[in-house]
Design a protein around this ligand. Structure first.
Ligand code: NDP
Length: 419
């Protein structure tokens, strides 16, 4: 029996909410709250006849701590699932602290306004100190550790697939397969085809900012930064086939380097087709990926927001996307004094996801872990006051839940390694 407040009603939240409603014994009451209430109402009306989960909806601007507190104090949830955008992470965390509620999200904080001089100064200092220049990092949310701990509240960060399941795979490898892990390669392959010349599979603004940034990896205790898309490898993915993949900066590298301190190298690769890269480079070259507002015919517009309005809504890709995703981690290291390798991954079929929850696999592979992470918290398995990432918790009940709720694992004890 629990009462959960979900913030956001986009692609990922849609999947998480639909999956929560399939487990009413855990999610007995759910309030869907977002900026555009009509989307919440529409989803609640569709789901109500299919579930015993008691659904309500609300309008909220998650940039406002005051509005969030008013909603939390009136609904009195046991958990807030923040599935809006990374821009809202800090306001939702503040509100959870003020109202005494546990918190979770699916992506780490990123500032919306990167032109703010105060933020810029702190960011430039961080770039120099840490050695990577991504706009997002854990420092903003880790700064809340003590306050959550003192309040006796748990904050679970980044509980989607990657970040999220990728870290649970690392915790599982550490617990069951290795005494010492030397290297981790996280491979994110989307073999899906939606038939459009160019579209992003989740929020275009967040997605394009992530993939157009310099890449970086962790090696021998420090970050190595490289120009965007400058390290390319080819890999033959189970159930997908040969794909080109590129080394990206990714948020879980930062927490894994802290929580698996013996690891010598952590890299993250994502697959991209040539057409996607050519479109992205062209849009970048003409300034369409910029977050700096410009004046256009008397109006102020932010180029990347305008681009978002032109691109297909990720939520509309579901019916048209065919093919599979394959996401997982390859490890090298030692067990009982012997060198070994290990690969754990999930494959997910876009059309099967659409038939089940009217969404493509990219939202599905994020929304299902969000639901399973919430379930871990609500059943007391993942409650530990403070601010934590997924690899800090017992991976076993979480991976069992994923096996059961649509994202089963596959293991390979003799994988081809990435050069
Ligand atoms: P969408 O853009 O589809 O949805 C975002 C939702 O948040 C929308 O419903 C939007 O409302 C709402 N929202 C935005 N701003 C506010 C606000 N100020 N107040 C209230 N609601 C707001 O994004 P996705 O569903 O694709 O992504 C959701 C999250 O999941 C993101 O943080 C993303 O980075 C993360 N993600 C994580 C992955 C992982 O593997 N860990 C993979 C993919 C995504 P409106 O409808 O009005 O626009």
């Amino acid at each position: 029996m629990s009462r959960v407040l979900v913030i956001g009603c986009g692609g990922v939240a849609n999947v998480a909410i639909r999956k929560c409603c399939m487990v009413p014994e855990v999610f007995s009451e759910l309030c869907i709250a977002s900026r555009t209430k009509s989307k919440c109402d529409e989803l609640a009306a569709e789901l109500a006849p299919t579930t015993t989960t008691k659904l309500t909806t609300a309008q909220v601007d998650a940039d406002s701590v005051e509005e969030l507190c008013a909603l939390i104090n009136s609904y009195k949830p046991d958990l807030v699932m923040n599935i809006a955008l990374p821009y809202q992470d800090l306001t939702v965390m503040e509100a959870c602290l003020a109202c005494g509620v546990n918190y979770m999200d699916t992506a780490n904080y990123e500032p919306e306004d990167t032109d703010d001089p105060e933020w810029k100064a702190a960011y430039e200092k961080r770039c120099k100190e840490k050695g990577f220049s991504a706009l997002f990092d854990y420092s903003y949310q880790w700064a809340y550790r003590e306050r959550f701990e003192q309040a006796g509240l748990t904050a679970l960060l980044g509980c989607g697939f990657d970040p999220g399941v990728s870290q649970a795979y690392c915790a599982y490898a550490k617990k069951h397969e290795f005494d010492e892990i030397d290297t981790i390669d996280i491979l994110d392959c989307n073999g899906g085809d939606h038939g459009y010349p160019f579209a992003t599979n989740f929020n275009p603004e967040v997605n394009l900012r992530e993939v157009s940034a310099p890449g970086s990896y962790w090696e021998d205790g420090h970050w190595v930064e490289i120009p965007a898309m400058s390290i390319k490898r080819e890999y033959d993915f189970d159930q997908v086939g040969h794909k080109d993949m590129y080394l990206l900066h990714h948020e879980e590298i930062e927490s894994l380097a802290e929580n698996i301190p013996e690891v010598k190298r952590i890299r993250f690769f994502m697959t991209f087709g040539q057409s996607y890269l050519t479109h992205m480079k062209c849009l970048e070259n003409v300034g369409m990926l910029s977050t700096t507002p410009i004046q256009f015919e008397g109006h102020e517009i932010v180029p990347i927001k305008f681009l978002k309005a032109l691109l297909p809504d990720p939520a509309s890709l579901g019916p048209r996307t065919h093919g599979k995703t394959n996401i997982g981690c390859i490890f090298t290291g030692r067990k009982d004094g012997k060198e070994k390798t290990y690969y754990i991954y999930n494959t997910c079929d876009h059309q099967a996801c659409y038939r089940e929850v009217k969404s493509q696999a990219v939202s599905y592979t994020t929304g299902v872990p969000a639901m399973c992470g919430a379930m871990m918290m609500l059943t007391g398995k993942w409650i530990k006051p403070g601010v934590h990432t997924v690899e800090e918790f017992d991976p076993d009940p979480f991976l069992d839940a994923l096996d059961q709720h649509g994202l089963p694992r596959t293991e390979n004890h003799n994988p081809v390694l990435v050069p």
